[in-house]
Design a binder for this molecule. Structure first.
Ligand code: GLU
Length: 290
């Protein structure tokens, strides 16, 4: 008998392309952990990037998962329908004095880095050099009134100081000391939408009662930022598991550009769901995580 406590997991793709084998493995990983524990498996479409998400991919994701036999519980949550919630969450952070508007373009950031001759890097590349953090209030006001587009950034040092030391648990790697500082002043609302990946994913995982977040190893570091947001917003802290990324024969990660390895194209070329499940490594899940 399986003694594991029942967990709620989720698969949270962005509908910017068709699902490939790597996505299928990630979905199966979350599905497996929910089902072996007698828990729930949720599906969420992270479609906040209006410029890159397409409704046809949204429909294709649902179809592919069903074809693969990955059934989900409850309604699909689409982030684009909840922008007001994210706005309200931002207001809470704003009231704590932790957000500032950032008017910088990519060019402004590059120019500042070139000028300072100093370019510390974080997991997502070069760190924001803080240009807009100390803009005088009057200048902020003027630029906003003039209609200049702006993002909202988290004042990382101030946020970390407010919450003190934090930890989170990865079920494979053990307890982790949260180190969100490695990301610098992350964007919590993009210029084109009142949220960002970090804010929406953290909020939704809590709102949907996710108790075990599973996702690829490429998002391991992002969890440090999510832990900080949980502390700032008084949200429960789930457990985490970051799985390895599936690679092709040459060792390259599957990506949306690999059209031939999408679930849809494998299906169209006559593969059965069982064959695609095997290609995506579903069988190894019950061996590794019985
Ligand atoms: N939406 C993200 C992606 O497509 C994944 C989010 C997550 O699992 O935390 O890569």
């Amino acid at each position: 008998m399986n003694q594991a406590a029942s967990v709620t997991t989720r698969f949270a793709p962005s509908p910017t392309g068709l699902l490939h084998l790597g996505h299928a493995y990630s979905a199966a990983f979350a599905h497996h952990h929910a089902r072996v524990s007698g828990g729930r498996f949720l599906l969420r479409l992270e479609d906040i990037d209006a410029g890159r998400c397409r409704p046809q991919f949204d429909a294709a994701i649902l179809e592919d998962l069903a074809w693969l036999g990955l059934d989900w519980d409850g309604e699909v949550r689409r982030q684009s329908r909840h922008l007001d919630e994210y706005r309200a969450v931002l207001t809470r952070l704003e009231l704590r004095g932790l957000l500032y508007p950032c008017f910088c373009t990519r060019k402004d950031i590059e120019a500042e880095i070139a000028r300072s001759g100093h370019a510390p890097h974080g997991p997502d590349g070069v760190l924001y050099p803080g240009i807009c953090r100390s803009l005088p209030a009057a200048e902020r006001q003027d630029r906003m009134q003039a209609g200049q587009p702006f993002a909202l950034r988290l004042d990382m040092a101030a946020a970390v100081a407010q919450v003190g030391p934090l930890h989170w648990r990865d079920l494979d790697e053990g307890m982790q000391v949260a180190q969100p500082q490695m990301f610098g002043d992350v964007v919590l609302a993009r210029k084109d939408t009142p949220t960002s990946y970090h804010l929406a994913v953290t909020w939704d995982d809590a709102l949907q009662g996710v108790t075990l977040v599973t996702r690829g190893r490429d998002l391991f570091e992002a969890t440090h930022v999510h832990r900080l947001l949980q502390a700032l917003l008084d949200l429960p802290v789930p457990d985490y598991r970051h799985h390895g990324l599936l690679t092709d024969e040459s060792g390259r990660r599957y990506a949306k550009r690999d059209r031939s390895l999408t679930i849809a194209s494998l299906r169209a070329s006559g593969h059965s769901p069982q064959q695609v499940r095997a290609l995506a490594g579903f069988d190894s899940l019950s061996q590794q995580h019985p």
